[in-house]
Design a protein around this ligand. Structure first.
Ligand SMILES: Cc1cc2nc3c(=O)[nH]c(=O)nc-3n(C[C@H](O)[C@H](O)[C@H](O)COP(=O)(O)O)c2cc1C
Length: 374
């Protein structure tokens, strides 16, 4: 029997993303996909970091400024990364296996992201070939998230394909030297459905057939610093390092040629018990000191959180789980709805706080730590 999932295409009426997450879990359960929902929604260990990624935003409070003669028509959220103009500072993080939630898979996400004036990073673990995804919306800009393997031929194959298909940058994922222990997945004996292979990996001509692709893929997740320059040379593309969580690692990445820093703890899916990314952001922003752009992810569920991340030094934020919820309920249109929802919430926060554009937000916003002295 083939994997049965949603194929609905429609715009969504969203109150907020946490509500959508609850609806997503219910809808997946109704289709007998509880295990797949757990894989997406869950995190590592006791899920301490997963929750703190979200709740630590509340440690920061916005100090509004309200005497500027502003009106609503003046607000705009245009942004930019590596020369690519965007309507919004909110982009889509790489995530595996979009076919778990909707039949259009990564093609639906790319289209919906493009229609929201945003940009998607495609995961190494996509259910569709890069050629298929790119071909579905040829005008859409996208980055490629690359996971190092110990097989250099596989690395060359994946990087060449990303270049061939027109990736605008390579995002190297550095997640630590092992897999996160996701207890929900262990309890559920979760495995990917054979109907949903990671097609870009499976297209590698030397790939052993009939084996579990995650297990034979000998990933190296903790890279050597000199590999950054090698990928830049090999691809001729900018290289961003995703998974940075400290000022020291940001400096090491930049000194070794990184063109951008992507702060992430993979949404609490790798090591539990580490600090939230919003807590790490001020230290990293100081270390980066505007030398390269900073993308921030893990924990974004609301526009006011986007506002806080930008005010604390991020240039863009990225969302991992939220677009999958949109994809599930409305295909490409649902992805656009999720991105628009967060952009609308951000704009509302900006206008109420007294700033009309992203530059002013980043330069003129006052945030206070709620527990000074701790
Ligand atoms: C289901 C799922 C699969 C993911 N797969 C990948 C992946 O293949 N590569 C990667 O770099 N990050 C992956 N991530 C992490 C995301 O890129 C991102 O860092 C994280 O989801 C951000 O947190 P948020 O979900 O709170 O927005 C995945 C996340 C989820 C939820």
């Amino acid at each position: 029997m083939s994997y049965n999932t949603s194929s609905v295409e429609k715009e969504l009426e969203i109150i907020n993303i946490p509500d959508l997450e609850r609806e997503f879990e219910k809808s997946m359960a109704a289709a007998a996909h509880e295990k797949e929902a757990d894989f997406i929604v869950g995190g590592a260990g006791a899920e301490h970091t997963l929750h703190h990624n979200i709740s630590d935003f509340d440690n920061w409070e916005i100090v509004p400024s309200v005497i500027h003669g502003l009106d609503e028509s003046k607000g705009n959220t245009t942004s930019e990364i590596l020369g690519i103009k965007l309507k919004t500072p909110i982009i889509v993080s790489p995530s595996a296996a979009h076919g778990l939630v909707h039949s259009s898979a990564e093609s639906g996400t790319l289209k919906g992201t493009f229609n929201a004036g945003s940009l998607m990073t495609i995961s190494t673990f996509s259910n569709q070939l890069l050629k298929t995804i790119h071909g579905s919306t040829p005008a859409a800009p996208w980055f490629y998230q690359f996971s190092f393997d110990q097989n250099q031929h596989l690395n060359d194959f994946l990087l060449n394909e990303a270049v061939q298909q027109g990736a605008k940058a390579i995002v190297v994922g550095v997640f630590g030297a092992s897999f996160g222990r996701r207890e929900r997945d262990i309890r559920n004996h979760f495995d990917f459905d054979p109907d949903l292979p990671f097609r870009q990996l499976a297209a590698f001509p030397e790939y052993p057939t009939g084996l579990d692709i995650l297990k034979v893929n000998n990933r190296k997740r903790d890279i050597n610093p000199d590999e950054i320059a090698k990928i830049k040379k090999q691809t001729g593309l900018p290289v961003l390092i995703k998974g940075i969580q400290s000022g020291e690692d940001a400096i090491r990445a930049i000194e070794n040629g990184a063109d951008g820093i992507w702060i992430s703890n993979t949404g609490g899916r790798q090591l539990d018990g580490i600090r939230s990314t919003i807590k790490a952001l001020p230290e990293i922003a100081e270390a980066v000191n505007k030398r390269v752009p900073i993308i921030f992810d893990s924990g974004i569920r609301r526009g006011q959180q986007v506002f806080k991340a930008l005010a604390l030094g991020a240039d863009l934020v990225a969302i991992g789980r939220a677009p999958l919820y949109g994809l599930h309920f409305g295909g490409s249109k649902g992805v656009t709805s999720v991105l628009e929802q967060l952009r609308t919430e951000l704009l509302n926060t900006m206008l109420l706080a007294g700033v009309t554009n992203i530059k002013k937000l980043k330069n003129n916003t006052r945030l206070e730590y709620a527990y000074p002295g701790i």
